[in-house]
Design a protein around this ligand. Structure first.
Ligand code: DC
Length: 218
């Protein structure tokens, strides 16, 4: 594909976003930006500093002093690589809490838009609000979803949890991420919805790639 392309991939926990977005970016030869990793990275900062996560002002006060770098699938906090910490259960839960706060979101959205602007060939950007808020002008918007049991199972496998704990985590984050006041998880009006419940990774990537190549003019 010769034209610069920006693809938004949104969806709930366990829908397969990260695996699909990683492979899609490889196939298209563009950057991959995992915005969930940024919220997770900031959640690690909040947990390390022991702030009360429910206190918006305490959390917001940390945003400006946080040095977060995201590149090639790694997240650096104050210069040190914290990628290995991002998938911990306490980090997952905390990321969904701090992502409710508008000061945190404004900071992340600015960083995300700058990173996409700087990507010469374009990017596959995954998150919850990419098609709706961060990049409403994205060339293609994909909304990945899957049944709740499927998502719970995938999340449990990914995080080494029991299926029951995976189910609890997914249900809790779904409720918070979809019901929050600022930039809730929802498909953009012009997103293509892809249900991955009965598709394996390869089938999903092929399907999404077809949508992207069909939706982008050279
Ligand atoms: O995609 P993920 O599971 O790594 O995201 C972790 C949390 O970060 C998710 O529960 C909600 C939040 N998030 C968000 O609010 N907006 C985004 N664009 C990406 C993630």
């Amino acid at each position: 594909m010769s034209k610069r392309v920006v693809v938004a991939v949104d969806g709930p926990a366990g829908s397969g976003k990260s695996s699909v977005a990683t492979r899609l970016a490889e196939r298209l030869g563009v950057e991959h930006l995992d915005t969930g990793g940024m919220y997770r990275g900031f959640a690690v900062r909040c947990l390390r500093d022991g702030v009360n996560l429910e206190d918006e002002q305490e959390v917001a006060a940390l945003v400006d002093g946080t040095d977060l770098e995201v590149s090639s699938g790694r997240v650096l906090l104050d210069g040190s690589d914290i990628t290995g910490e991002l998938r911990r259960s306490d980090v997952s839960a905390a990321s969904s809490v701090i992502a409710q706060y508008p000061t945190v979101r404004e900071y992340m959205v600015t960083l995300q838009r700058n990173m996409v602007k700087a990507a010469p060939s374009g990017a596959v950007v995954e998150g919850r609000d990419i098609g709706t808020v961060v990049l409403p002008e994205a060339d293609v918007k994909i909304y990945l979803t899957a049944s709740e049991p499927t998502r719970a199972r995938r999340r449990a496998e990914q995080a080494g949890l029991s299926v029951r704990d995976g189910q609890k985590e997914v249900a809790m984050r779904d409720a918070r991420d979809s019901a929050r006041k600022h930039s809730p998880l929802k498909p953009a009006g012009d997103a293509v919805i892809v249900d991955t419940s009965n598709l394996n990774l390869e089938q999903t990537v092929d399907k999404v790639l077809q949508i992207v190549t069909g939706g982008v003019r050279d």
